[in-house]
Ligand binder design. Structure first.
Ligand SMILES: COc1cc2c(NC3CCN(Cc4ccccc4)CC3)nc(NCCCN(C)C)nc2cc1OCCCCCN
Length: 287
């Protein structure tokens, strides 16, 4: 684009030597924002402006606590376990009974009869189960990331996450990881842009806040017609106050497609005053 002769020459030379051109070199801000913490590296790319890689948070891969005002029941003897011998494929498996049935198919995708509109709680098998941790079918979220993602700068929605590979409908994509807060503490947070409510029917309710501590899911933007949906999953503990939030693909997602989930009315009730939705969906509700 009107580059001078010597920049073009440098470009050609760089492409020849490093296999990447100047432009993509200039836009690749990091080869792994998780700094080796995730199973696969997550690049950071900004081809839009000069904003550097976001560094105003601590990258974590498991939910964390920063207060002693509550504790999670992680006692091994609080867990309902299964006594399956091998693969937990029968409906006798006590863990899948807790979830009503095993919602995972042989490839670890949600079965086609899974109801995203009113999803059940999923109880995966745990350390305390007698089944085989490799062959057991009731273990998907605990196996971690299976795809390749990229953090990239968008024109109108700040940073966002895209998948670099095709993701079939029903696949587990990632967990919304952050700092677990009581509702009370969340209500005092100045910036509520990264909160996720763990709504609980009973009295005390908790939130996940990914502002100060979180994984790449903190950068996933809202859409009124999203391709991900949050599902509550229990793995190492079954303390119903603290479900883990697993984002599953609610339809096929093409390579290079932006990931999104519906933040819900609560988010827009607060944020509609500051900005409107740019999801571009035909049925966009907050533009
Ligand atoms: C913007 O999106 C959200 C805001 C939330 C929020 N905001 C409060 C508003 C009042 N100020 C008050 C305040 C303002 C200024 C300074 C201090 C305090 C403190 C933060 N509070 C709580 N839960 C704690 C309160 C619940 N209580 C009312 C029962 N949950 C929220 C979940 C949200 O999206 C969820 C979906 C988005 C998913 C992806 N991120």
């Amino acid at each position: 684009e009107g580059e001078s002769y010597d920049v073009i020459a440098l470009n050609i030379k760089m492409q020849a030597i490093t296999g990447t051109d100047l432009k993509s070199y200039r836009t690749l801000l990091s080869s792994d924002i998780s700094k080796g913490r995730e199973t696969n590296p997550i690049q950071c790319v900004n081809a839009v402006d000069d904003e550097p890689e976001p560094r105003d948070y601590v990258y974590i891969t498991k939910n964390c606590k920063t207060s002693d005002s509550f504790s999670i029941d992680t006692k091994m003897n609080s867990l309902h376990v299964c006594s399956c011998v091998e693969r937990c494929v029968t409906d006798e498996c006590e863990c899948t009974k807790l979830s009503m049935k095993c919602w995972y198919d042989e490839e670890g995708k949600l079965t086609s009869d899974f109801n995203f509109a009113d999803p059940p709680l999923i109880f995966e098998c745990s350390e305390a189960c007698s089944c085989n941790a490799i062959t057991c079918r009731n273990r998907v979220v605990q196996r971690g990331l299976q795809q390749r993602f990229q953090l990239y700068k968008t024109e109108k929605k700040g940073w966002s996450i895209k998948t670099l590979r095709f993701i079939p409908k029903g696949s587990y994509v990632c967990e919304y990881v952050g700092e677990i807060l009581t509702d009370i503490v969340a209500d005092q947070r100045d910036d509520d842009s990264y909160l996720f409510d763990l709504d609980n029917r009973d009295t005390e309710s908790f939130c996940i806040d990914a502002k100060f501590y979180g994984n790449f899911a903190r950068f996933i933007n809202h859409s009124c017609s999203p391709n991900l949906h949050p599902i509550k999953v229990f793995i190492d503990h079954q303390d119903l106050r603290f479900p883990r939030i697993a984002l599953f693909a609610k339809n096929d997602i093409d390579a290079e497609e932006e990931l999104s989930f519906d933040y819900g009315h609560k988010f827009w009730l607060v944020k509609y005053k500051s900005f409107t939705c740019h999801c571009g969906a035909t049925d966009c509700k907050y533009s």
